[in-house]
Write a protein that binds this ligand. Structure first.
Ligand code: 5GP
Ligand code: ZN
Length: 112
């Protein structure tokens, strides 16, 4: 499958890894929008939030259980923001479910 995040999981595209276990992979965003900008992805190819089902939601649960540890190890100290863009209106650019962790500095006020 021609998915850049699946290739990052397999090591076919290099990345700066923050965390990995049997279900999920976390790495620094190539184009950071904050001092800390990490992406957390499931090791299953789920295209977006719209692809989350009863069969694969264990990946999402596991991601959220690990986000505090990943955010801490990536260097956040004063909190962080978690975002998942889904579909064209949200400008999702990579069609493999991912959660942005943004922090490491005071973030701008946000639409949400
Ligand atoms: P989206 O816009 O889909 O919510 O977020 C996709 C993110 O993936 C963007 O922030 C973009 O910088 C990041 N990205 C795209 N290609 C790569 C890559 O090859 N390596 C890494 N580390 N990040 C990537
Ligand atoms: Zn994928």
């Amino acid at each position: 499958m021609d998915c850049i995040f699946c290739k990052i999981i397999k090591g076919e595209i290099p990345s700066k890894k923050v965390y990995e276990d049997e279900m999920i992979f976390a790495f620094h965003d190539i184009n950071p929008e904050a001092k800390v900008h990490v992406l957390v992805i499931p090791k299953a190819h789920i295209p977006s939030m719209d692809g989350v089902t009863e069969e694969n939601s264990d990946y999402v649960r596991h991601i959220f259980e690990k986000i505090p540890q990943i955010a801490r190890e990536a260097g956040t100290t004063g909190g962080y923001r978690v975002i998942s863009n889904c579909g064209p209106d949200a400008a999702q650019s990579v069609p493999h479910l991912h959660f942005h962790i943004l922090g490491g500095e005071e973030l701008p006020a946000h639409i949400v």
